[in-house]
Write a protein that binds this ligand. Sequence first.
Ligand code: NAG
Ligand code: NAG
Ligand code: NAG
Ligand code: NAG
Ligand code: NAG
Length: 345
Amino acid sequence: MRVVIIFLLSALLPLSLCHGRDPFAWLYSRQSYGSLQGDTTGGACPDECDCPPSFPVAMYCDGRGLTAMPTIPSRVKYLYLQNNAITAVPDSALVNATNLVWLMMHYNQLTSDAIGKKAFLKLEGLERLYLQHNNLTSIPSNLPRTLRDLRINHNRIEKITSADLEGMDNLTILYLHDNAVTEVGTSLKALKSLTLLDISGNKLTKVPEGLPEPLHQLYLESNSIDALPESFLGRFTQLQYIRMAHNQLTDKGIPPNTFNVTGLVELDLSFNKLERIPPVSTTLQHLYLQANQIKEFTLGSFCSIVDVTNFSRLQTLRLDGNEISRQDIPSDSALCLRQASTIEV
Ligand SMILES: *[C@@H]1O[C@H](CO)[C@@H](O)[C@H](O)[C@H]1NC(C)=O
Ligand SMILES: *[C@@H]1O[C@H](CO)[C@@H](O)[C@H](O)[C@H]1NC(C)=O
Ligand SMILES: *[C@@H]1O[C@H](CO)[C@@H](O)[C@H](O)[C@H]1NC(C)=O
Ligand SMILES: *[C@@H]1O[C@H](CO)[C@@H](O)[C@H](O)[C@H]1NC(C)=O
Ligand SMILES: *[C@@H]1O[C@H](CO)[C@@H](O)[C@H](O)[C@H]1NC(C)=O
């Protein structure tokens, strides 16, 4: 049988080569290794997965209709389990997988009840954990403190507690968007390396307390936030991008000078209930205010003084979907907004 297959393939070979790309290249390269088996250190590759002989620390089990965890050889560092129908991670499933650095489990059917309390406990070198698009109602307990990138968006999480994230000193990326979070308490405060927080598409009614100071990007859009705390941006020295579109913000809910902080590059306040343009720093480059109820173009929101060195660095200004028209923009705006390439009204 094997002889027949090889004969057939060699008959196809010249044909496929003349198309420039050889669809069977993977097969020949495996044969040239003289073995289809590959590295078995720490256990053989399970039949339902692929462990490329040229990259034996990776195991590919994605998109194979799996409903349970496969056995994992201990050599594996990069494990791809996404796009399956796995429902549970029992305490025993990862006991031998102590070398994992990446664990990709997005797009499965995981529920919080079906994840063992100690399932992730032994993963002492795990840096990247993808759990997005499952059916989780809480952050799994005892996640490795070594994580740098945790994605758990598109689940059904309602609450985040301090114990969930405590001690994750190296976490830099946290995706929590599209859950049902109403309450985060002070759980985010301890994340001393966090630079990107996406908690958009949840049910927050206020800005989370104690946001980590190293944040560069803060995404809070599509929540129900109607007011901001006093000098809420004062603590951040690195924040460059704030997205708060699709909330319930009013002028009254924004303390004076909230957004007049240097360092901000992009501010998105579109789809809120603002009636005035909030004062912003002259260093801001992109301001999105479309679909509010703004009735007046206040040049003073961009420049309190205009001279050779004092002018706004704004490049993009979106004001469409408000209650103003192009005639409402004063003619001396050009001096202040001298770098604006896009002004939409
Ligand atoms: C872990 O390794 C031990 C010893 O090799 C083996 O008996 C056990 O079945 C393995 N467990 C899993 C879940 O792979
Ligand atoms: C997960 O949620 C989806 C959509 O809400 C549902 O169709 C599916 O049955 C759920 N699966 C489990 C295992 O609960
Ligand atoms: C964070 O990373 C540093 C440097 O790689 C490492 O020494 C430290 O143990 C890590 N911290 C945690 C909590 O894993
Ligand atoms: C922003 O704050 C500075 C001082 O920190 C002030 O001089 C400037 O007038 C303020 N800008 C606006 C538009 O209010
Ligand atoms: C802006 O104007 C103020 C007051 O005239 C001046 O002190 C300052 O140096 C000017 N330049 C900048 C970049 O703020």
